[in-house]
Design a binder for this molecule. Structure first.
Ligand code: NDP
Ligand SMILES: N[C@@H](CC=O)C(=O)O
Ligand code: NA
Length: 432
């Protein structure tokens, strides 16, 4: 019986998981696709490196053409990372009539539509379930499971590294640098973890999710991004005290024709379902007009969970091969993109301000908010060790982003404000 040949680009955390699943689940995979799967060639940087999985050293190579031009490779699985060079390799593979499966959100968020077009031209498949929320079948859930619905909101924890860091910082009081190093050693973090902690990785995933969910081309530059590196112990303590949990949350919302997409540290009520998503776990809340609320939960990073999504994509490719329908999926977005203005984006906000501890300070602050019709839901005022300063923490009622940005500017300019220490979005009191 002829086997299906796989070419792997990369044999690190995820690539090793792919090799293990193909080996350990061979019986189940064969039952579904009717033939064995064989890894024919693997591209690595260093062929002499010790590997965590048993592998015939002769199938390792440092020459990309050994993989993408291999006559017995039917599917190329890309798990090496990188963008520009990697894109060239994948386009070349598709032109060589190799189907492509990838976990590379950096690539898909920027060049997804170009690669899709090349795949369709060559009657090849291009799948990337592992690129968003690791092992959670969220892309298939959106594209197939919710195909009949109109999605209006996607809200999620889509970065395992930052969720791991925030969980350990809030629950154990662990220092940021220490838990980041732990996330790196567990294989969750990107090669350059800046993209995790500064929110870019999550933004890429939100661009992919919202493009599929709203069927419009959402580019990475359309996603407003703020990461977790500025979050302090004080912020975490205040959120706890006020009954909130701090998470790095991606939100994509559609109102009428218009959409907003952002990633930022966000305070959620402790009882919100996303507040209970800890460590490297991810969860994506999806609201569809007909289905209502759904939630997808699971491991968002790590070798085996991510590899599960990849090998499942591989199974779909093979099922398509059997049916002779590769490259026939309709993937072009249905709608023109229309982004909201800041005056159309609404949220509540948490603010921590240091003010002069003198009569009239609080009244001046209140006036800045009330002039824009923004009132307070919660207020704390505490003395500080620094002489003549007090700390004010407020949670506002709903305000437009435009009004809120003007308030922040006016607070910074005010003679009674020493410093705006921190500011976060507050979400989830009203689920939809
Ligand atoms: N880790 C995770 O939890 C997740 C990762 N991803 C994505 O999966 C991809 C892989 O991640 P991960 O497995 O963690 O990465 P690793 O750094 O663990 O592995 C990368 C692999 O690719 C090889 N490689 C890298 N660059 C080159 C190159 N220029 N030429 C040849 N080989 C190269 C490396 O070779 P060598 O071994 O010789 O150094 C290594 O085997 C990334 O796109 C990442 O964003 C997606 C979801 C989750
Ligand atoms: N670095 C990423 C890996 C998976 O996409 C994360 O932490 O989520
Ligand atoms: Na996934």
């Amino acid at each position: 019986m002829k086997s299906i040949g796989v070419g792997l680009l990369g044999l690190g955390t995820v690539g090793t998981g792919v090799v293990k699943i193909i080996k350990n689940h061979q019986d189940k995979l064969m039952h579904q696709i009717g033939c064995p799967i064989e890894v024919k060639k693997i591209l690595v940087k260093n062929v002499n490196k010790e590997r965590e999985v048993e592998i015939d050293p002769s199938i390792l190579t440092t020459n990309i053409n050994d993989v993408i031009e291999h006559p017995e490779v039917d599917v190329v699985i890309e798990v090496m990372g990188g963008v520009e060079e990697t894109k060239k390799h994948l386009l070349a593979a598709l032109r060589n009539k190799k189907h492509v499966v990838t976990a590379n959100k950096d690539l898909v968020a920027v060049y997804g539509s170009e690669i899709h077009a090349c795949a369709s031209e060559n009657r090849c498949d291009f799948y990337y379930e592992a690129s968003v929320a690791g092992g959670i079948p969220i892309l298939r859930g959106l594209v197939d499971g919710l195909a009949s619905d109109k999605i209006t909101k996607l809200m999620g924890i889509v970065n395992g590294t930052t969720n791991f860091i925030l969980t350990k910082m809030s629950k154990n009081g662990s220092p940021y640098e220490e838990v980041l190093a732990e996330a790196q050693s567990l294989g969750f973090a990107e090669a350059d973890p800046t993209s995790d902690v500064e929110g870019l990785d999550a933004a890429r995933k939100m661009a992919i999710l919202s493009t599929l969910g709203f069927s419009m081309n959402i580019d990475l530059k359309d996603v407003s991004v703020k990461g977790i590196s500025q979050i302090t112990e004080e912020d975490l303590n205040y959120s706890k005290r006020l009954g909130y949990t701090m998470k790095l949350i991606g939100i994509a919302k559609q109102d009428g024709e218009k959409v907003e997409v952002s990633v930022q540290p966000t305070l959620l009520p402790d009882e919100h379902p996303l507040s209970a998503v800890n460590d490297e776990y991810n969860a994506v809340y999806v609201y569809g007009e007909a289905v209502g609320e759904t939630m997808f939960y699971g491991p968002g990073a790590g070798g085996l969970p991510t590899a599960t999504a990849i090998v499942s994509d591989l199974v779909v490719v093979m099922k398509n091969m059997r049916l002779g329908v590769n490259g026939r999926t309709i993937v072009s977005p249905q709608y023109e993109k229309s982004l909201k203005e800041n005056s159309e984006i609404f949220s509540k906000y948490f603010l921590r301000i240091h003010v002069k501890d003198q009569v009239g300070s609080f009244a001046k602050i209140t006036t800045i908010f009330s002039e824009r019709g923004v009132s307070f839901e919660k207020i704390l005022q505490l003395p500080l060790k620094e002489k003549d300063l007090a700390e004010i923490v407020v949670v506002t009622h709903t305000a437009s982003l435009k009004d809120y940005e003007e308030i922040l500017q006016q607070l910074s300019d005010s003679d009674v404000v020493s410093q705006v220490k921190s500011s976060y979005r507050v979400e989830g009191d009203d689920v939809q």
